[in-house]
Design a protein around this ligand. Structure first.
Ligand code: NAI
Length: 244
């Protein structure tokens, strides 16, 4: 059996940092999911391989149930001896705005990316994981999902629901040695936060800076390892002291 880890939205930002961290710290064969930016995905693949890991790109839109099912089924059929032990549900988007002016599309798209993304990928692998009696599922939530953020009613709803389903699923699968945890980052320097006023926002962060994608990746790599075997159903804040 060749053991694998899948990272959704793995071509850039936090997802890419997770791929690089898993590549340097584990022996997992990495399945790097991306949606459309092939160039960035290939760059990530090259960097992962340069660290001595093996990996492949799996392009699909996590919100598209049929497409996700088709790509993952074809992959599994072509790789019968491969087993996914780690799932990192990282794909996520923001469509910020005050709720009273929020379009249904912006509400729906944000929820579907986080929640359908979680369902479509995790549901595909969960039975095999349970049969194998080992697994690590890590969901990338957000400080918005635990405290709620003004201007992000959609994103807070999506990430809050992701936290809740993390806790529910953790209880269902614990007996089979599968752990399910959420990581809730605060402000992390990536494309997602590039348009924010970092200087202004930093004033409210006790540690006085935005976080780095690599710092989130360190936590995810720990949760993905066998060392984290007694942690499940948790949401772990990583936010410079902004909220916990
Ligand atoms: P990013 O925008 O750089 O990365 C998000 C990734 O998800 C991109 O690669 C994107 O292509 C992918 N993605 C989006 N929709 C997808 C879909 N339908 N199918 C497949 N892939 C899709 O942003 P960042 O910051 O790296 O975000 C990663 C995760 O961390 C997200 O879930 C985000 O909500 C979460 N997060 C980020 C924070 C930050 O301050 N940057 C704070 C809290 C949470």
């Amino acid at each position: 059996m060749k053991k694998c880890a899948i990272i959704t939205g793995g071509s850039r930002g936090i997802g890419k940092a997770i791929c690089l961290k898993l590549a340097s710290e584990t022996n997992y064969h990495l399945l790097i999911n991306y949606q459309s930016n092939k160039e960035a995905a290939q760059q990530t693949l090259q960097e992962v391989e340069a660290l001595g890991a093996t990996a492949e790109l799996l392009p699909f839109d996590v919100t598209d149930k049929e497409q996700t099912q088709e790509v993952l089924t074809l992959w599994q059929e072509a790789h019968k001896e491969y087993l996914v032990e780690v799932i990192v549900n990282n794909a996520g988007i923001t469509r910020d705005g005050l709720f009273m002016w929020m379009s249904y599309e912006d509400w729906d798209k944000v929820l579907r990316t986080t929640l359908d993304g979680f369902y479509n990928v995790t549901h595909f692998f969960i039975q095999k994981m349970l049969r194998n009696r080992y697994g690590r599922i890590i969901n990338i939530a957000s400080v918005s999902g635990v405290k709620g953020t003004s201007g992000q009613a959609n994103y807070s709803a999506a990430k809050g629901a992701l936290v809740a389903t993390t806790k529910a699923l953790a209880q269902e699968v614990a007996k089979r040695n599968v752990t399910v945890n959420a990581v809730a980052p605060g402000f992390i320097q990536t494309d997602m936060t590039a348009s924010l006023n970092e200087e202004e926002l930093t004033k409210m962060i006790p540690l006085g800076r935005f976080g780095k994608a690599e710092e989130v990746a360190d936590l995810v790599a720990f949760l993905a390892s066998s060392r984290a075997g007694y942690i499940t159903g948790e949401v772990i804040n990583i936010n410079g002291g902004i909220y916990s």
